[in-house]
Ligand binder design. Structure first.
Ligand SMILES: Nc1ncnc2c1ncn2[C@@H]1O[C@H](COP(=O)(O)OP(=O)(O)OP(=O)(O)O)[C@@H](O)[C@H]1O
Ligand SMILES: [Mg+2]
Length: 347
């Protein structure tokens, strides 16, 4: 039990995850260090393939056998990475719960939604079936499933995508987890339903006090939903800070490029204005310099030669991996929100 209120709930240090493949070792996560405090929401953001899911799966010991993992992940006094499998199974779904992108793969199609939530309650609690069912109805109500009594007896295919995701969230919080890991919880949903599910997650946080690791490739989702943001690129942390540090004081060209790809003026037309030009590098045999260098508008020779370290910007709360972190122009000038031209055009 954690008695010190200021102690982190999760303290990850030097997490590195490699996959042995026929082509060599793929470094999916490289030396990632971060913490999540009790009740805090940390958003983990980055393009596809940056290592967000692998980070979360490694913490839950849900990685494939080919993974080679080093580092520590202290959760309430125990190292999750060193926990025997049967101990980990107790932590999973109880103290740490996960919500995935596609709830259809996590729900069993042959059982009713209610019976699956009840089952989750029964596995970790010594309560009667009747009490577990009552709790199920309560949970469905909390996540905004209308007519929860009737809905509980329906099968997953009778639920819409948004309703299924609500059911998954209900199941995830059924045992009052201290930490909820949500991996792209709204990516498969259309924009309106996305906003509703984000609202449910906010509500859940308020009701349960659970800390949350919110994984998304969409920086636009995190502003109203997270306390801190952690930006990943090519398996590494590129910038971490509070919401304001990232959105108004970013000291990293990659974060800035992500900010530039948030739909703004053309949002009504439902268009994403731009993606970051170029592609992330291969994670096999990485080149010596900064992995973002080939796509970076701010690069100098040092970026070709040397991997930048994660350096402090303003106190330990805001850190950036960029050789030019301290001499980038202030963000207001770099990113005019009324400017509708693309990054490419601006560069
Ligand atoms: N089992 C595996 N074997 C080999 N490489 C893998 C394996 N699983 C993941 N990878 C690689 O690890 C890297 C990180 O993958 P990860 O799934 O964490 O990305 P992500 O940031 O979650 O992306 P997305 O936004 O698409 O979900 C990718 O390059 C991926 O191809
Ligand atoms: Mg992922």
């Amino acid at each position: 039990m954690n008695l010190d209120a200021t102690a982190p709930l999760l303290d990850v240090s030097g997490l590195t995850v490699g996959f042995r493949t026929s082509d060599g070792l793929v470094k999916a996560v490289t030396d990632v260090t971060f913490r999540i405090d009790p009740g805090e929401v940390l958003a983990v953001v980055g393009e596809s393939g940056s290592g967000k899911s692998v980070t979360a799966l490694a913490l839950m010991q849900l990685h494939p056998r080919t993974a080679v993992i080093t580092g520590t992940a202290m959760f309430d006094g125990v190292d999750l990475l060193a926990l025997p499998h049967d101990e980990m199974r107790k932590v999973r779904g109880n103290e740490i719960a996960m919500v995935f992108q596609d709830p259809m793969t996590a729900l069993n199609p042959v059982f009713t939604v209610g019976s699956q939530i009840s089952e989750a309650v029964l596995v970790h609690n010594d309560v009667s079936k009747k009490a577990a069912w009552a709790r199920t109805i309560e949970l469905l109500e909390l996540v905004g499933v209308p007519e929860p009594r009737r809905r509980a007896s329906q099968y997953p295919h009778e639920f819409s995508g948004g309703m299924r995701q609500r059911a998954m969230i209900a199941m995830a919080i059924s045992n009052d987890p201290k930490l909820l890991i949500a991996d792209e919880p709204t990516t498969a949903l259309d924009v309106t339903v996305q906003a509703q599910v984000m609202e449910v997650l906010r509500e859940v946080r308020k009701e349960t006090g659970a800390a949350m690791m919110l994984i998304t490739h969409d920086l636009g989702l995190v502003a109203g939903a997270a306390d801190r943001v952690q930006v990943m690129y090519a398996s590494r942390l590129f910038e971490t800070g509070g919401i304001d540090d990232i959105f108004y004081e970013s000291r990293n060209p990659y974060t800035r490029a992500l900010l530039g790809s948030i739909p703004h003026l053309d949002a009504e037309r439902g268009e994403r204005l731009l993606a970051i030009p170029g592609n992330p590098p291969s994670l096999l045999n990485p080149a010596p310099g900064c992995p973002f260098m080939p796509r970076c508008t701010e690069r100098v020779q040092q970026c070709v030669d040397e991997m930048p370290e994660l350096v402090e910007i303003s106190g330990p709360g805001h850190r950036s991996r960029c050789h030019r972190a301290h001499d980038l122009a202030p963000l207001e000038e770099a990113l005019d929100p009324t400017d509708t031209t693309t990054t490419e055009a601006r560069a």
